[in-house]
Design a binder for this molecule. Structure first.
Ligand code: GLU
Ligand code: ZN
Length: 504
């Protein structure tokens, strides 16, 4: 066992972090926290053409949003820095030149035209693509003497000399020993013609230099492992323990994509997912406590997160499940915390943040139970503030009329149904009845309206459905009578009159 557990998250700042990235970050973080180790963030910005400053900001922001605090990294510094690979170029060239001197790597001056022809010829022969070792045995010296190369481009690359025969046997803690035929692994580039290292070299050099004990990363990097393994051997570095996390698939078992709702981490944040729910959900993408338990608090996760319980079979990403988790976490908040989360959510989202705090305090407990995402709340409670407006047909949608619901959903126009006078009558009888109530209490409202229902021979679903629309303007709302109570007598009666007027 290494003296200290040190894990790292090594994203490339080329795009906004997605679910797979952040799952790797979380697992590395949890493993470090479980072992009182260090969690390090390293920005792998060696692809200059694809570098994106926004992506880099988003990487750190997403970690901070989820609360994955860093012991070392670009934001917090640390004794193993700098934590941008672009600031560590000397280290990589030093290692590469050492390998050239040792006869384990070599300069290659092949032009891209030449490499293109090689590739074409390989395709024609139905051979796997790969470098044809043209420069492998030319001796360009330790500093690379390109003048010896016919028709060369001045800026060569440095390639690693893979063994030509045999197998590379590498070890992953989840999969055990894995062997690769060396014939199928070509002499890959370690240093590009712009002087920047490729991922393979930089990753090995840095994991060594930063004393990383465990490399937790996505399954898609397993194919790079034999190359890394060879570099470790050639440089005589001690290897970290490799942990390749199971692939994440969509519910249809195909590779995870936007189609499955697997958006960037921020799209979830913007919809009102809580960081706590997100973490719980992500932790179960490839790890489990006991095959049963789903709701696991963060302290419990840290306490129980071991590599032994990381699986090897694909993890399934299911947005409905994520929503379920979020709903559970929202329900478990105290009323006060729920209000606080809502208010800060509204501040970051475009929703007008003009809700009176007494209204919010009264209505929040009514919606908290049924909320799955914070972005659903505004539409359900905004009827309390300002005026409402809706097309008359919505009254029928509220009553459960399928045709009306379909027309509203598709944005098509349909005529107001023939029973409009009848519905109008229900509403005016209800209005009269409610006007006569002595106290504006939910129970009294409900009781008196039940009498209206039996006198008129209608159904609760119909009358209450129409009233829900009249009061809130929508077909989905917090419970009707408590909503009317919070809205107040005067406004409620006025809104029923507004509905009646729509049917005149
Ligand atoms: N830079 C790689 C990435 O974008 C890191 C892979 C690794 O963890 O080794 O995910
Ligand atoms: Zn070459």
């Amino acid at each position: 066992m290494p003296s200290k557990i040190r894990t790292r998250y090594a994203p490339s700042p080329t795009g906004i972090p997605h679910i797979g990235n952040i799952r790797s970050a979380l697992f590395a973080w949890l493993y470090a926290r479980h072992n009182n180790g260090d969690f390090i963030v390293r920005i792998e910005d060696t692809d200059q053409a694809r570098y994106d400053a926004d992506a880099e900001r988003a990487i750190i922001d997403s970690l901070n949003w989820l609360g994955l605090n860093q012991d070392e990294g670009p934001d917090v510094g640390g004794q193993y820095g700098p934590y941008h690979q672009s600031k560590r170029l000397d280290l990589y060239s030093e290692a590469a030149i050492q390998l050239v001197k040792d006869g384990r790597a070599y300069y290659c001056y092949c032009s891209s035209e030449r490499l293109g022809e090689v590739r074409k010829a390989q395709q024609a022969r139905k051979e796997p693509p790969g470098y044809d070792n043209h420069c492998r045995d030319m001796d360009f010296g330790a500093n690379g003497d390109f003048t010896q190369f016919e028709g060369s481009t001045k800026n060569g690359v440095i390639r690693f000399k893979m063994p030509l025969e045999g197998v590379t046997t590498a070890h992953d803690i989840i999969r055990g020993e894995i062997a690769w035929e060396n014939q199928l692994l070509d002499d890959f580039v370690m240093v590009k013609s712009d002087g920047f290292p490729t991922y393979h070299l930089a990753s090995v050099v840095d994991d060594h230099a930063m004393e990383i004990s465990h490399v937790l990363r996505g399954d898609e990097w397993l194919a790079s492992l034999p190359r890394h393994w060879q570099i470790y051997n050639a440089l005589e570095y001690e290897k970290p323990i490799f942990v390749h996390l199971p692939i994440i698939l969509g519910t249809d078992k195909s590779k995870l994509s936007k189609r499955h709702g697997a958006a960037s981490v921020f799209e979830y944040k913007d919809q009102g997912f809580l960081a706590e729910a997100m973490i719980n959900f992500l932790a179960l993408l490839g790890w489990s406590l006991d095959d049963r338990t789903e709701l696991i608090s963060l302290p419990e996760l840290i306490e129980s997160f071991t590599i032994e319980r990381i699986g090897s079979s694909p993890a399934i990403f299911n947005v409905d499940k994520l929503e379920w988790f979020n709903g559970m976490y929202i329900r478990n908040l105290s009323n006060g915390d729920f209000i606080e989360k809502l208010s800060s959510f509204w501040q970051t989202d475009q929703t007008p943040n003009s809700f009176s705090s007494s209204h919010l305090e009264a209505i929040a407990p009514l919606v908290q139970e049924r909320t799955k995402k914070l972005n659903e709340v505004w539409n359900q409670i905004s009827f309390l503030e300002g005026d409402i407006e809706y097309p008359p047909i919505r009254l029928w949608s509220g009553m459960g009329d399928k045709k009306a619901q379909r027309a509203e959903r598709d944005g098509t126009h349909i005529e107001i149904p023939e029973n409009a006078p009848e519905v109008r009558n229900w509403l005016s009888v209800s209005l009269n009845t409610l006007e006569q109530l002595n106290e504006w209490e939910d129970e009294a409202m409900e009781e008196s309206l039940q009498i209206v229902i039996s006198n008129l021979g209608t159904k609760p679903r119909q009358l209450f459905g129409a009233l829900r629309v009249a009061i809130t303007g929508g077909v989905v709302s917090p419970p009707l009578f408590p909503s009317m109570k919070i809205l107040g007598r005067e406004k409620s009666l006025q809104r029923i009159s507004q509905a009646i007027a729509l049917l005149d």
